[in-house]
Design a protein around this ligand. Sequence first.
Ligand code: THU
Length: 142
Amino acid sequence: MKKLTPAQKLALEDAAHQACQHSYAPYSTFPVGAAVLTDSGRILAGCNVENASLGLTCCAERVALFNAVSQGERRIVAVAIYTPTAAPTAPCGACRQVLQEFGAELTVIAICEGRERLETSLASLLPAPFAHPGNEGKSHEP
Ligand code: THU
């Protein structure tokens, strides 16, 4: 787990908060914003995008991660999640698995409207991820 500077944390958390403003969540009315920090120092954000066909909804964490990967950033060191709730929201199981593809050492930060925050490692949230035989550790290759 890479140690983030206070400035990096602040910027990442702020990006997640900002992204939440663009959430499209008319069905659940549960807006989520997320932002990932890459090892090159970039911050890419995303929000949850729901759909009338509910199962097609994509979580904010995956939108942020796919934003990063589609810009050529495959080494993710941290993710911040913001929800306008009293308690922080941990990433869902599907997002944990998807995040770990590009950030096995990831730091996970979840912030909310309240003072409580979650700061932990992805490894602790997903102790036994699925890895495709033969592709372990190759996600950063071209
Ligand atoms: N959601 C996220 O964006 N991230 C999570 O980790 C959990 C759930 C979204 C999906 C859906 O739009 C809404 O929250 C309610 O489940």
